[in-house]
Design a binder for this molecule. Sequence first.
Ligand code: LLP
Length: 421
Amino acid sequence: MDHFNYHAGELHAEDVPLSRIAAEVGTPVYVYSAATLTRHFGLFRQALAWTDHLVCFAVKANSNLAVLKLLGDLGAGMDVVSGGEYARARAAGVPGDRIVFSGVGKTLAEMRQAIEGGIRQFNIESEPEMRALSTLAASMGAVVPVAVRVNPDVDAKTHEKIATGKSENKFGIPIARAREVYAEAASLPGLRVVGVDVHIGSQLTDLDPYRAAYAKVADLTRALRADGHAITRLDLGGGLGIPYRRDNNAPPLPLEYGQVIRETVGDLGCEIEIEPGRNIVGNAGILLSQVIYVKQGEGRDFLIVDAAMNDLARPAMYGAHHDIVPVIEPAVGAAVRPFDVVGPVCESGDTFQKGADLPRMAAGDLVAFRSAGAYGAVMASEYNSRPLVPEVLVRGDHFAVIRTRPTFEEMLARDSIPAWL
Ligand code: LLP
């Protein structure tokens, strides 16, 4: 459930008509609903209410400071994968002891930043990283909490570009070798082993891969304890999918996911961490765009909108589907016809959807791309020198611009022409 609904014939974000945002901020623009964010975060807390837990929002899904602040104030931890994400989490007021640091390629500078600023745990992804972290921490007089990310070799049954838990993926340490690696971790002076970490992929629509992976983590935890490690935390990753289409194939709910966690690892007495990103923010955001032209092509009509692949990359990158709906509610029974919805960027890949059924559309009409709150703005670029897309946060009947649209001047100011040219 989200808070983007039609009232009085127009699509609203909570109580704000989208046309008001378009008029004041311009298009394209991302619009987020605070109530939806709050609701989705609450669902995960509820799902884990049976145990000690920390829901660490995966900052990569949406790293706007206002979004992080809202979630942080609700008690969220943060899962970060770069120095930049760490800096954002801290700037949003999230204390270091609620931040976990994931990622296969943490640099020494990033590790130092997190040790100095405070960190809940590093999720280690390789032996070289583990040794480097220990040496650095020891040189700083610190002992840092770590979990080792294990790769359980489970098929997440999702898009190949976002599956991470198979042995051929670059992530984690093969679970079969985990005991050996934990033994070395425990012997290193700068590390304190606290947990086990796993993440098998994103946009999972089936709980079975989770069940399989978490059962393996439970077995490993028992074995590690038998080896003498004090495993007190399990970081079970993110990845629970969201409905991108309004049909009956909705993925499982957080509550059902929490049940799987309880059934597989609940008896271990560990504190549970999870790292959901998309599920919290995906359906809490839309991309609002305006029709520039309706163009008749050979046997098809194009709806040329002012959003493009640089603003929302997912369709071009993964063939992802985002429902496209008109902001003005079509009359009941209004005729629809298929449009290829495309952006202005000079690539055929700049196609959001082929054959989208829409009512009569004209230049100037507004459309919304649904389910765009996760991996939307964060993956935007300035390709074709289109200024980075702005973001707006709605709460009730008011809204605020939480990232401005750069002017051309601001966009150009980052370049410089050397004096010798
Ligand atoms: N934890 C780790 C270690 C991750 O790598 C990810 C996502 C998450 C948590 C959060 O997963 P989520 O709950 O959001 O599914 N750009 C792609 C998605 C990439 C996901 C990468 N890792 C997309 O637009 O579909």
